[in-house]
Write a protein that binds this ligand. Structure first.
Ligand code: AMP
Length: 497
């Protein structure tokens, strides 16, 4: 099928050509005709399938056709997303697809001054892309109203629930006018998402399910370097020096502090790089990301939380500078390369205390990662002897990263304690401040992933049901979804707010 067959208005056809799309992706082919007929849609799909154009193009077409005009402080279409990064990306897509029309767009998200966002809404907009917290905030301030809404899109619904936005979503839905077209997208459909969809969509929506285009593990060339923690920076530096073909390099590490340290080491070696993590301002993160996309910098160092939902094409190399202690996170990380039929390389550094993580990764992916060229070690300084202090530090790090070790030692201290308390233990990891950028605290959408045969059948890993908010421990009440503490996190951190 060609885009011309989708009966889209000529300014939209022109925009599609301008962005370089030739044929619609499966989700676009299946969704666009039904959406143009005015039907509600339940889309089971994730980022990477082309779902943004699947909903943006028909919405733009219908906005053009309807003959209505935007009124001050209102919007005609609302797209709700969980994070700022996603909101910005989706608004960018709308802008691209609407570039040959007079349709206006705006994007609102938390963690930044609301003044400019309010000013953008004064005259009203056709398409508003928002994160829930800031939207409710601006509705409360009467900067925008939803009473003229014609189209409502809830995107990344499972992530929204995972991040504790359910109450905010319900509040927004309660404000929507009864007559509207609804689009609901989620990567997974556990019971709570199905129930939420039923409260938003009209009966019998069109259901479109598209397998994620996750990268089959086999297409990624993997290498492993066993290296002590202290020499990881030197190894990264040497590998970058020895391989000029490493041009668009994403380095994942566990902590914000670690990310900054890597940047210092690389900058000293003359490598153009930047870090993105929760301590960086939104502007700095956007700038780093743009420079990386435009290849102004060679290396982007990221924590998992900061990298969530970021869509960068053509990443040539992914480094796991620190191994994550959740194997699904590893798969998520390396899936950033070898996209869209391209080749990609994933390089893992494994310190002695990360062997356990490595085993878990190899078990999940069913791939034994081959060791890289050992001659590179000749260029490194000799390993330093561990001091009693560094050994203690390593042991402490190991202990914190492996809750089972904590549980074991707790069991030794409290032999009578039941296994039932382990849920609370696991939850305390989930409940960590996500701005810490700590992989163990990250709420990876791939949590609980499973190997599937349907999705690529070559060991591609797709998300199963994300961690259930209902599983949160009473011991950690202050971080339960919807609590004030979580709201504070969302507002200040990398979450949308
Ligand atoms: P999405 O799933 O909407 O985040 O899209 C993932 C990527 O696919 C984005 O970089 C889009 O620009 C790109 N894309 C979307 N639709 C098409 C298409 N029909 N042909 C080629 N690329 C596309």
């Amino acid at each position: 099928m060609k885009f011309e067959e989708l009966s889209l208005a000529s300014p939209l056809q022109r925009a599609v050509r301008a962005v370089g799309y030739e044929t619609p992706t499966p989700i676009q082919e299946q969704s666009i005709p039904s959406l143009l007929e005015g039907k509600d849609l339940l889309g089971i799909a994730q980022t990477g399938t082309g779902k943004t154009a699947a909903f943006a193009l028909p919405i733009l077409q219908k906005l053009l056709e309807s003959g209505n005009f935007r009124s001050p402080k209102t919007c005609r279409a609302l797209v709700l997303l969980p994070t700022r990064e996603l909101a910005i990306q989706v608004e960018e897509c709308f802008k691209q697809y609407a570039q040959f029309t007079a349709i206006s767009t705006a994007c609102i998200f938390g963690g930044v001054n609301d003044g400019p966002q309010k000013r953008n809404l004064i005259r009203g907009v056709d398409v508003l892309v928002a994160t829930p917290g800031r939207l409710l905030d601006l509705i409360g301030q009467k900067a925008v109203s939803l009473k003229k809404l014609e189209f409502f899109v809830l995107d990344e619904a499972d992530r929204m629930l995972d991040m504790g936005f359910i109450h905010d979503i319900r509040k927004v839905v309660a404000m929507l006018p009864p007559v509207r077209q609804n689009l609901f997208f989620s990567a997974t459909m556990p019971d709570d998402i199905t129930k939420l969809a039923a409260t938003i969509l009209r009966p019998n929506p069109v259901r479109v399910e598209v397998a994620p285009q996750s990268t089959p593990i086999e297409r990624i060339h993997q290498e492993l370097y066993r290296i002590d923690k202290r020499r990881k920076g030197a190894l990264l530096k040497e590998l970058l020096a020895a391989h000029p073909e490493m041009q668009k390099v994403l380095v994942f590490c566990r902590t914000k502090h670690g990310a900054d340290k890597i940047v210092r080491v690389l900058e000293k070696a003359g490598v153009k790089c930047a870090a993105i993590h929760g301590n960086k301002s939104q502007t700095r993160r956007q700038e780093a990301l743009k420079n990386f996309k435009d290849e102004q910098i060679r290396v982007l160092v990221a924590t998992d939380i900061a990298a969530r939902g970021i869509d960068v094409d053509d990443v040539s190399h992914v480094f796991n500078y620190d191994l994550p202690n959740e194997p699904e996170t590893f798969v998520h990380r390396i899936g950033r390369t070898a996209r869209a039929g391209k080749d990609g390389v994933a390089i893992a550094f494994c310190a002695p205390d990360e062997e356990q993580d490595l085993r878990a990764i190899e078990k999940l992916t069913r791939v034994k990662i081959p060791e890289g060229d050992k001659s590179i070690f000749e260029k490194l300084p000799p390993p330093q002897k561990e001091t009693p202090e560094s050994e203690l530090r390593n042991a402490r790090g190991r202990h914190q990263r492996h809750p089972q070790a904590q549980a074991d030692s707790r069991d030794r201290r409290h032999p009578g304690r039941s296994a039932a308390t382990d849920g609370a233990q696991a939850d305390s990891r989930h409940a960590q401040d996500p701005r810490q950028g700590n992989a163990s605290g990250s709420r990876s959408p791939l949590r609980g992933s499973r190997m599937t045969q349907e999705n690529g059948a070559q060991g591609a890993v797709v998300p199963s049901r994300p961690h259930d908010a209902a599983g949160h421990s009473h011991k950690h009440r202050r971080n339960r979804p919807g609590s004030r503490a979580r709201k504070r996190m969302r507002e200040g951190g990398s979450f949308g707010g």
